[in-house]
Write a protein that binds this ligand. Structure first.
Ligand SMILES: [Zn+2]
Length: 74
């Protein structure tokens, strides 16, 4: 059986504020599926966008480089 989803679980979802897939807390569950999630980065709460399925973005070197830079910058 698939893992049971519970409130507070951390899942990947796309945050429109962050503009990327980030860790989200599950804040609402409907029929065993996340209905609403809250971004762990900016705190924005929104409908679960099921980002998991579209998570095939090939992390290009440029992306990784930009991520590293942004971390150093902060
Ligand atoms: Zn966010």
């Amino acid at each position: 059986m698939a893992e049971e989803l519970r409130l507070g679980d951390i899942i990947d979802d796309h945050c429109s504020k962050c503009g990327m897939v980030t860790n989200h807390s599950v804040v609402s569950i409907v029929d065993g599926t996340a209905a609403r999630t809250q971004c762990r980065t900016c705190g924005d709460e929104h409908k679960y966008r099921k980002a998991k399925g579209g998570r095939k973005k090939s992390s290009s070197k440029a992306d990784l480089f930009a991520e590293v830079l942004s971390k150093i910058d902060s």
